[in-house]
Design a protein around this ligand. Sequence first.
Ligand code: RP5
Length: 187
Amino acid sequence: MGRKMTGSKTKTPAAMNPVISVVMGSDSDLPVMEEAAKILSQFGIPHELYLTSAHRTPARTAAFAKGAAARGIRVIIVGAGAAAHLAGVIAAETILPVIGVPIDATSLQGIDALLATVQMPGGIPVATMAIGKAGAKNAALYAVRILSLQDNEMREKLDAYIENMAREVERKHDNLTGRERGKKHEP
Ligand code: RP5
């Protein structure tokens, strides 16, 4: 595992005053949730990793959620697997935007976590991403979009990221078609 977790709040190098919290229900979620942290680092956003469980540590989870806004956190990203109630429970205790990432942790391959995260009752929203690493990556990019509404520098970084992604598709297209053209000329 690339990033050290202590079982309590673990600050990343860029996290002196974290504005995004990347929460997970278990350290077994870290390989997925690191995808979110990578994007946040790429955008230079101070963030923290936080381990707490809706079921195993309910009081800790509530205390975290209640205190997050006062610590300067602006968006909370939450990854959990199985009967994944963590994002919803946190959303119930804060008015900060909560983005849920369902994790494939059981024989149901993340469908359990997806349904538990997305099927929130009216009144308590959780923005639910795709299952797994793509979801974790998109959770971070969604948080970047939220921050960029009031931060021009962040908006410019986001525009550059999107442009770069488009250029990458074009580069891959050129590689692909170049290879095909190469094949046609083979004897
Ligand atoms: C969930 O249960 C966690 O988010 C994790 O995805 C899953 C399994 O946790 P461990 O048994 O690996 O700690 O609460």
